[in-house]
Ligand binder design. Structure first.
Ligand code: FE2
Ligand code: FE2
Length: 379
């Protein structure tokens, strides 16, 4: 980010009226792209009337708010009567901007940029914690399904994982403090930070990865930790970057010690928030549509995840997660097993699934029952 104040657009229907405004409203008075000229049209502290806003709407295509006032805007939006999908979409837009600042390979990477972006991410997570207050894992799933998508998978994925981390952590610890929830959410939002250093053609190459590419991808927990800790980032004093660093570094460790990069094992060695993040990461990878892969309906997704209980996934957290995801097991139409080598971080063209047995469909020819002979072989 340069020193010039930057601005983000805001929808007319999401500006509150008849209350003292907590931020300044701007318009762009220039029609030349790249040469925007932002002019303040309404100051913070004054009450914006509905008529004023309608007048603005007739005259100006778009309203803007200064980036410096984004957190104030988010907080006022979260407290407003707007529905949760709209709130979550605005929060997501803010998260996308901050993640883009970090991940954009055209931008020169600096500690200052990282600090400002992480601080922005913290603000975003604070708003997420508020919006998700009344949500459980199940309603969050619906909320995520209603959000707009970005074409760079890592952004959507990081935002979803962040929201799942907050909600799963709340499920395993109903008395969680706000500070703990913010750490859970921020760890989720930044868990794949190290992917900045992985070339995009590897990250987005479903099906065509060589062993070497896979080894490169597997470096992302190390890269992420290095980036976070080497730069002496300055963030809000309530954030413990060491904890965020552990989520980044340990989210691909497996509960049974077979993960990477350090082969840590169990509750003693793998940080609680990293174990939460592993489950959120796994769940999002198999249930959220990417442009190139099929997703599983929830009953099948939960059945396949259950196979990794106590191997990849912390069994206690998984059990609570399982209880909170409302679904009817009998609704599963296929009995599937995900390959043991499944890694949620890889861009699969097709999930590595094996169908264990077809659900027995008997063909009824009058009084004679014929069972499809191919079903018998698979037992
Ligand atoms: Fe990852
Ligand atoms: Fe991930």
């Amino acid at each position: 980010m340069d020193d010039k104040p930057s601005f983000f657009s805001v929808r007319y229907d999401l500006v509150q009226v008849d209350l003292p405004l907590l931020f300044d409203l701007y318009i762009n008075s220039s029609v030349v792209k790249g040469k925007e000229k932002f002019v303040r049209i309404f100051p913070s502290g004054e009450t914006l009337k509905k008529d004023d806003l309608e007048e603005f709407h007739k005259k100006y295509v778009q309203l803007y708010i200064s980036e410096d006032q984004r957190s104030v805007y988010l907080r006022s939006l979260v407290k407003s009567q707007v529905d949760d999908v709209q709130k979550a979409n605005v929060i997501k837009d803010a998260a996308l901007d901050y993640l883009h600042n970090i991940f954009d390979k055209d931008k020169e990477f600096s500690t200052d940029l990282l600090s400002k972006s992480i601080e922005g991410c913290r603000e975003v997570v604070e708003s997420m914690v508020d919006v998700l207050e009344e949500h459980n894992i199940d309603s969050l799933r619906n909320l995520i399904g209603n959000l707009s998508f970005h074409d760079f998978y890592t952004y959507d994925h990081s935002i979803n994982v962040s929201m799942y981390c907050i909600t799963i952590f709340k499920a395993i610890n109903p008395k969680a403090t706000r500070k703990e929830l913010v750490h859970a959410g921020l760890g989720g939002l930044l868990h794949d930070l190290g992917k900045i250093k992985i070339p995009t053609h590897i990250l987005n190459n479903p099906g065509g990865l060589s062993n070497e590419d896979y080894l490169t991808i597997k470096n992302h927990p190390d890269f992420g930790l290095e980036l976070l800790l080497s730069g002496h980032c300055k963030v809000d004093e309530n954030i413990d970057l060491k904890i965020i660093g552990r989520v980044i570094h340990e989210h691909h460790e497996n509960y049974d010690g077979t993960g990477y990069p350090q082969k840590l094992k169990g509750k003693e060695q793998i940080h609680l928030l990293a174990r939460v993040c592993t489950i959120a990461d796994f769940f999002d990878a198999i249930t959220t549509k990417r442009s190139y892969n099929e997703v599983l309906p929830i009953p099948e997704a939960m059945n396949t995840m259950r196979n990794f209980r106590a191997t990849k996934l912390d069994p206690d957290i998984f059990d609570i997660f399982d209880q909170h995801v409302r679904y009817i097991r009998a609704e599963a139409t296929r009995d599937l097993k995900l390959s043991d080598s499944f890694d949620p971080t890889l861009p699969y063209a097709k999930l590595p699934l094996e169908e264990l047995k077809k659900f027995s469909k008997e063909m009824d020819f009058g009084k004679i029952k014929v069972v499809d002979p191919s079903l018998k072989k698979k037992k």
